[in-house]
Design a protein around this ligand. Structure first.
Ligand code: MN3
Length: 281
């Protein structure tokens, strides 16, 4: 026998069970009254039941909001958004689609538009972004935050790829072994830097002036190219640890996000950047 919840039993049994024995003798008026009563009971309890079983699953509408990175257009300006080289869904479950969409189409777009606004007409306007970062006055918060935000995110997108992760091969693998002893050592030091960065900021793998790999971190949208950096160098890998980069999927568990990032690091691209940085020295 199927067990009914009490509220279910009420509306299903009362009108019929109590009505059963008296049915033949009932006057028309009473029948009408009962029908009305059962209607009222049914609709009330039906409403209650709906409320009980209602689960806030994502609706079709929610799923529809995942758009296409190609549709994101910044306002006209010197600095152009880097195209996202994969769809918003491509890094899931490591980085979820909604986080990617908001991060790229809202945060990154805003940094790009704001940088173009704040830099327009200044002497830095026509320089490559790396030169802007080295030369900007760090007391100019507007320029510092938006130039940093633009550069850091531009580097971030293709630091990741679907079906990536694992370990670097090629030149970078040798350099990591040389400077950290092993990939495992590098990984644990990088993860520690990303985890201990208090509040919003970034963890970095850079090449310093001497060509040595170093791990560092920075607050907000600062980075190792800026004149105020504790350890200066050329970033080849950056991890965004702002809450907007992981909170939807990982909430306060930043460590889980950091671990997941290692499943999508595009080591082929990082190796290219490393070789470029070495060739530029
Ligand atoms: Mn970000």
């Amino acid at each position: 026998m199927i067990k009914r919840r009490p509220e279910l039993a009420n509306w299903q049994s009362i009108p019929y069970v109590t009505a059963k024995n008296k049915f033949k003798h009932m006057k028309k008026k009473y029948l009408v009254f009962l029908s009305l009563l059962s209607l009222v009971l049914f609709s009330c309890n039906n409403k209650k039941l709906t409320e009980v079983v209602e689960v806030p699953l994502p609706s079709k509408e929610d799923k529809m909001i995942i758009g296409n990175p190609e549709d994101v257009k910044a306002d006209d300006g010197t600095f152009k958004m880097v195209a996202l080289p994969y769809s918003y869904e491509a890094l899931a479950p490591n980085i979820d689609a909604l986080t990617m969409e908001l991060h790229y189409s809202k945060h990154y777009l805003t940094y790009t538009n704001n940088l173009n606004k704040v830099i327009a007409g200044t002497e830095l306007d026509q320089l490559p972004i790396e030169e802007v970062l080295k030369k900007l006055d760090v007391s100019n918060a507007d320029l510092r935050n938006n130039a940093g935000g633009f550069y850091n995110h531009s580097l971030f997108w293709d630091s990741m790829a679907p079906k990536a992760g694992g370990q670097p091969k090629d030149t970078l693998a040798l350099a990591i072994n040389r400077d950290f002893g092993s990939f495992a050592n590098f990984k644990s030091q990088f993860e520690a830097a990303a985890e201990k960065r208090f509040g919003s900021g970034w963890a970095w793998l850079i090449t310093d002036k001497a060509g040595k790999l170093q791990i560092t971190d920075s607050a907000n949208q600062d980075n190792p190219l800026m004149s105020n950096a504790e350890i200066k160098g050329t970033p080849i890998l950056g991890l965004d640890v702002w809450e907007h980069a992981y909170y939807l999927n990982y909430q306060y568990k930043r460590r889980k996000y950091i671990d997941a990032f290692f499943n999508v690091i595009n080591w082929k691209k990082i190796n290219e950047r490393y070789e470029e940085a070495m060739n530029a020295k």
